[in-house]
Design a protein around this ligand. Structure first.
Ligand code: HEC
Length: 308
């Protein structure tokens, strides 16, 4: 206590006011204390601030179930079939190089299914050394099919871009890695018949199913919209032709829609025939079949006229 009083009495407040910088010498200890508190607080909440506890997501491109991709057709050159039954060492060496650049990332250089990209895959790439559980099978033909079509729903895609000769070379190399069934004549023949290896083939362009569905439904969407606006026209039209049609229609939108999508280009005879087959399915009342030919002709002409 004695000491304290001594220190206090030493503080010369007047002098401090004259030279405020000296004040810092007295209070810096509080700044340090505040800095330490902030530091401790930071350490305490560091887990929450430094790491994002919600894992980021990125598109898993390896496990996507792929549809057949858009394929531009082309010419697959003919190949020498003896390369299937009697591959030369050079040919197998070509296969090895191609295997290492195209397949080994997943299947591993020795075909054990332990390539660098394999870890992320489900199902895992096939281990060529095990004869168990192959999806397509282990004959030459089966493996060719795998390379050609891929295994749907797995990381094994179709290797469309490989020429038949390259595929055969790769398969020949794979066959040196483990024991595979011998290539039989029937196998060889089936392979050639299916994939026209000796003759070579011209592949047509392909578009994937999903894409064609989109195209079709876009097309259909246009028809639906057109039918919708035409039906509105018919509904407000009080002319005798429109009235005749409406009195025989069960659902005017449907009548117009089925007309545009199915009957548009038909001649009168086919129109009547299709109508009589199932009028309800086309949006008419069943009684429409009892109309006279003249009345049907009026309806036919009216629909033709409004749909241009
Ligand atoms: C992106 C990884 C990946 C690449 C690259 C890859 N594969 Fe595969 N492969 C797989 C997966 C995954 C499977 C397992 C599918 C299954 O067996 O059902 C598989 C299975 C196979 C099978 C066995 C099919 C069966 O009948 O079970 C063969 C043969 C095959 N691949 C050959 C090849 C060849 C040849 C190449 C190179 C042209 C290749 N793979 C490139 C992932 C890959």
């Amino acid at each position: 206590m004695k000491n304290k009083r001594k220190i206090e009495s030493e503080i010369n407040f007047k002098a401090l006011l004259k030279n405020p910088i000296r004040l810092f010498g007295l209070v810096y200890i509080y700044f340090i204390a505040i800095a330490i508190v902030i530091g401790l607080y930071y350490l305490d909440v560091m887990n929450a601030t430094a790491f994002n506890t919600v894992p980021g997501t990125s598109l898993d491109t390896l496990n996507i179930v792929r549809e057949i991709e858009t394929k531009v057709g082309g010419i697959k050159p003919a190949m020498d079939l003896t390369l299937i039954s009697n591959p030369t060492a050079d040919f197998i060496a070509v296969g090895k190089t191609k295997f290492e650049t195209t397949c080994a990332s997943c299947h591993g250089t020795e075909g054990k299914g332990d390539g660098v990209a394999a870890a992320a895959l489900n199902p895992k790439p096939r281990n060529f050394h095990s004869a168990e559980g192959w999806t397509n099978g282990r004959t030459f033909y089966d493996i060719y099919k795998t390379v050609n079509d891929g295994v749907p729903g797995t990381g094994m895609t179709a290797y469309e871009f490989l020429s038949p000769k390259d595929r055969v070379a790769i398969i020949q190399y794979i066959r040196t890695l483990a024991d595979f069934p011998l290539v039989t004549d029937t196998d060889n023949k089936k392979l050639d018949e299916t994939y026209k290896l000796a003759a070579g083939v011209i592949d047509p362009n392909n578009i994937p199913i999903a894409k064609s569905i989109t195209l079709i439904s876009n097309e259909n969407q246009k028809i639906v919209e057109l039918a919708d606006s035409l039906a509105t026209l018919v509904i407000i039209d009080n002319g005798t032709n429109a009235v005749l049609l409406k009195s025989n229609a069960d659902n005017i939108e449907k009548v117009v829609y089925t007309y545009i999508s199915k009957l548009n280009k038909k001649d009168f005879g086919s129109f009547v025939q299709i109508l009589n087959n199932d009028p309800v399915a086309l949006g008419y009342k069943a009684s429409v079949v009892n109309l006279s030919s003249e009345d049907l002709k009026i309806i036919y002409k009216y629909l033709k006229q409004i749909s241009g």
